[in-house]
Write a protein that binds this ligand. Structure first.
Ligand code: KIV
Length: 268
């Protein structure tokens, strides 16, 4: 019998309470069973099924084309690979901005059909009523303020957001509306620290400095898998893009020279 205790699942209240314990939270995105399983086994606290999949999986220049059905599909795949981590799924563009009622219906599908534990939506003050409606329906919400990629055209690009008073108001609105945590994206490090000190829920930074309560990275950025763009805030912990190319080149060469398959890979 194994003496290793089964991993305890991370819950929304535990995730929220991590701030009080001073525990930093490690969050990573994933979009499929295999990557989710690897991240879960590596011990991440939370897997975010981000609509960044529009870029790193689907090859679009922005996340705007991603649909709710696609998010449901990817979230289902991720949920099957996870035993311990909290699974949060993004509401994609135009599936919650129309009305709080629309948000509850669509967020509910991510929990009911896909098996997510919580949803994430972008916006601060302007999304107060929407966050409130989801929370009132029993749907845990992770907020997202700062650079909100679904507003890329309104913001004039993927730009650092520097309006500290507006960002502090956004963080306060999201917390007051009942969110259990908030992603803070692309703000100066000192503003990230101020936001973190101003709210009681964990801040999960991405390009928001070391003062946040946790960090999130896109899987493909963390592993060096996305060739199109490397954001300044992303740290590459591996160069799997090069490793994958070298492995596939070696395979092509061995197929063409007849070195693969050998008897070892053949049936008798
Ligand atoms: O879609 C996403 O992956 C995100 C993270 C970058 C926070 O929202």
């Amino acid at each position: 019998m194994s003496s290793v205790a089964p991993p305890r699942a991370m819950t929304v209240p535990e995730f929220r309470a991590a701030k009080g314990r001073g525990a930093r939270l490690a969050v990573v995105t994933a979009y499929d069973y295999t990557s989710a399983r690897l991240c879960d086994e590596a011990g991440v606290d939370c897997i975010l099924v981000g609509d960044s999949l529009g870029m790193v999986v689907q090859g679009h220049p922005t996340s705007l084309p991603v649909t709710l059905d696609e998010m449901i599909y990817h979230t289902k795949c991720v949920v099957r690979g996870v035993r311990r981590a909290l699974v949060v799924a993004d509401l994609p563009f135009l599936t919650y901005q129309v009305s709080p009622r629309q948000a509850v219906r669509n967020a509910g599908r991510l929990l009911k059909e896909a098996g997510a534990h919580a949803i994430k939506l972008e916006g601060g003050v302007r999304m107060r009523a929407t966050v409130q409606a989801c929370v009132a329906a029993g749907i845990p919400v992770m907020g997202h303020i700062g650079l909100t990629p679904q507003a890329v055209h309104q913001l004039g690009g993927f730009k650092v957001q520097r309006d500290a008073p507006a960002l502090l108001a956004d963080a306060a609105a999201v917390e007051e509306a009942g969110a259990f945590s908030v992603v803070v994206e692309s703000v100066p490090a000192d503003v990230g620290t101020r936001i973190t000190a101003s709210v009681g829920i964990p801040t999960i930074g991405i390009g928001a400095g070391a003062g946040c309560d946790g960090q999130v990275l896109v899987y493909h950025d963390l592993l060096g898998l996305y060739p199109d763009f490397k954001p300044k805030f992303a740290k590459r912990y591996a160069d799997l893009g090069t490793a994958v190319k070298q492995a596939v080149e070696a395979y092509c060469t061995e197929v063409r020279t007849g070195a693969f398959p050998t008897a070892e890979h053949s049936f008798r």
